[in-house]
Design a protein around this ligand. Structure first.
Ligand SMILES: [Mn+2]
Length: 426
């Protein structure tokens, strides 16, 4: 067993590792993170998680519900530390997993991954308490400066594969969202119309006949639109890039100073979170039911409305923005026709808010093999409300599976709950 695996085992048991080992870990992590761009590309399938805030036992519950690393590919959207009692163990475990399985876990920066904020909200004090000096806090803050500012999830499928087959299969609709409880039971699902034309019935027969244009080079759009519903009219939408737009993940939200994802890439991120500017906004902003931009009551970042999200997503070929940063009692909250979602992964936040938590799973688009003949030509004639203007590329949102979970049971926390009353007193 390597030192790293030993450290992982020790941290999984919620026991801190020695200071010298933290130092080495942080050095290795920095070497790894320095190579990442400000916006990391992540291929689906991926499980997206929101704020953790030092709630170590709930992080263990998250892994129980969502699967372990490296079996599950994870993307954590920041705010690993502060508020909870185990910021140190939570962050160091995630960091160990990052160093051990760099391609199976992505960590991006939250507004709490900062010197100034951790000094006020608990992480600094926790390090002093557990190590007797600020060294470990300092090593961790140096890692914070190198965390990516966002991630772009590519290759997600627009359609979910149903978890349970008990529901009647809807031929004319595809499964868009599913919500599961921590036992893996489906508690709700939603469908969207499948954009196939009425002549689909005869489609199967035509698909096996010769004139199907399979000679088109990848990325090349056949010039002949063809009659609606014929496989010959186009190609699997995969060859124009996925029919599912990319998903941008950031901790907070958008910035009035950033109108393209490429502008995020230009930021010099290797620094303490500034008090203003694009980097600050990405980590601090919140969506709100307003038009345009508004002042944030947080005193940093901005509020942004549905029009801002719609425009940004369209301009950047995004189908969804996933963000964290705000407590939502149901664990997740979609806004603006599904253009943005808040994912919150700290159940019973601060051990008293009574909320549930959620993680968001995006599946892999398997249609690139061409087995599903959805042509762009057909789609652009379908006339649905979700069509985009001035583009032939149909951009569908990704299929979204939310796993909702509650706080870890008291007896897994390793701290004495209320002593049970002995039977003979009752
Ligand atoms: Mn936050």
């Amino acid at each position: 067993m390597s030192d790293l695996d030993r450290a992982i085992a020790q941290l999984r048991a919620c026991r801190p590792i020695p200071e010298a080992q933290v130092r080495e870990l942080c050095y290795k992590a920095r070497e790894l993170l320095i190579e990442e761009g400000n916006v990391v590309s992540v291929d689906a399938p991926v499980t997206i998680c929101g704020d953790i805030h030092g709630q170590f036992h709930d992080l263990m519950e998250l892994f129980r519900v969502g699967g372990d690393v490296p079996d599950t590919n994870y993307l954590f959207m920041g705010d690993f530390v502060d508020r909870g009692f185990y910021s140190l163990e939570s962050f160091l475990l995630l960091l160990c997993l990052k160093v051990r399985y760099p391609d199976r876990i992505t960590l991006i920066r939250g507004n709490h991954e900062s010197r100034q904020i951790t000094t006020v909200y608990g992480f600094y004090d926790e390090c002093i308490r557990k190590y007797g000096s600020a060294n470990v806090w300092r090593y961790c803050c140096e890692v914070f400066d190198y965390l990516a500012l966002g991630a772009l999830v590519l290759g997600a499928s627009s359609e979910l594969e149903a978890t349970s087959r008990s529901e009647e299969v809807q031929m004319d609709a595809e499964l868009e969202t599913e919500v599961l409880n921590s036992k893996g039971e489906v508690t709700s699902m939603s469908y969207r119309p499948r954009y196939r034309s009425s002549s689909d019935a005869s489609n199967d027969a035509r698909d096996i006949s010769p004139p199907r244009d399979i000679s088109a080079a990848p990325g090349e759009t056949p010039s002949r639109p063809g009659p609606a519903g014929t496989g010959a009219s186009g190609h699997s939408s995969g060859s124009l890039g996925s029919s599912t737009g990319a998903v941008l993940c950031v901790h907070g939200g958008l910035s009035p100073l950033v109108d393209t994802v490429d502008k995020i890439r230009l930021i010099d991120r290797k620094q303490e979170v500034p008090h203003e500017g694009p980097m600050c906004d990405l980590l601090w902003s919140d969506p709100d039911e307003i038009e345009g931009w508004g002042l944030s009551p947080r005193g940093a970042g901005f509020l942004f409305g549905g029009d801002i999200v719609k425009h940004f997503n369209h301009k950047n070929d995004l189908s969804l923005i996933a963000r964290a940063h705000q407590l939502v009692m149901e664990g997740y909250k979609e806004m603006f026709d599904g253009g943005i979602v808040t994912v919150w992964s700290a159940p019973n936040y601060c051990y008293r808010c009574g909320n549930v938590a959620a993680i968001l799973e995006l599946g892999e688009d398997a249609s690139n093999g061409g087995t599903i003949a959805r042509s762009n030509g057909d789609l652009s004639r379908a006339g649905g409300g979700i069509l985009r203007r001035n583009t032939h590329q149909q951009i569908l949102g990704p299929g979204r599976r939310y796993r909702v979970f509650e706080a870890a049971a008291q007896d897994t926390r390793g701290m004495p709950a209320k002593k049970p009353v002995a039977d003979y007193f009752l």
